[in-house]
Design a protein. Structure first.
Length: 199
């Protein structure tokens, strides 16, 4: 099944802008901007939605506005409305088990402590694909996980991610252009560090 829906995960509202947990929102925002696509609120999906055309096929970009741990409420409504299975969806989200700016494409695995993915797995099942963007591990092991993922990127981190953003978009475009398996061979080719999950 080709990818028809690209969902960026995050939390709605100004207070969550530039936080680590919202890197999925940021990525699909940049993808929409690349295609000059306009976002509009769709109440039936509890989401912001934009449409892009890739290789003559319309793809829907979605930013759930339900807060992270209820992402499936929004994305489930999208899939049901469009009569799609989860394997037609690519989910873009943050991963603290990957170093900052590192990306990984996978089609299976656990939630890895990510509440949005845990909610999707519980409600929709494991069929969707995942494009993970590293936000780096906690600087202090004792730091509360929620505090860390809801913290803002530093200025230097924002600059670095802005430089990497074109690479993120190119990789998502690659997935849409050549399919998951071929894209995975390219995106995941760099050897993971010992502390990084390899699922």
């Amino acid at each position: 099944m080709s990818i028809a829906v690209i969902a960026g995960l995050g939390n709605p509202g100004q207070k969550y802008r530039n936080t680590r947990h919202n890197i999925g929102f940021d990525a699909v925002d940049r993808l929409a901007a690349t295609h000059r696509a306009q976002w509009k609120h769709e109440a039936r999906f509890e989401a912001e939605v934009a449409i892009i055309d890739v290789l003559g096929q319309k793809r829907m970009l979605v930013k759930p506005q339900t807060f992270m741990n209820a992402s499936s409420r929004s994305l489930g409504a999208v899939l049901r409305y469009r009569k799609l299975l989860p394997d037609s969806m690519l989910v873009v989200y943050d991963d603290l088990n990957l170093e900052l700016g590192r990306t990984k494409l996978s089609v299976s695995g656990s939630a890895g402590g990510h509440n949005g993915i845990a909610d999707l797995l519980e409600t929709l099942g494991p069929g969707f694909s995942r494009f993970r963007i590293g936000i780096g591990e906690k600087p202090i092991k004792a730091m509360d996980l929620a505090d860390y993922v809801l913290s803002q990127f530093s200025k230097s981190e924002q600059t670095y991610l802005a430089e990497k953003s074109a690479e993120f978009i190119d990789q998502i475009q690659l997935i849409l252009n050549v399919g998951l398996e071929a894209a995975m061979n390219t995106i995941n080719q760099r050897k993971a560090n010992p502390h990084e999950r390899n699922d």
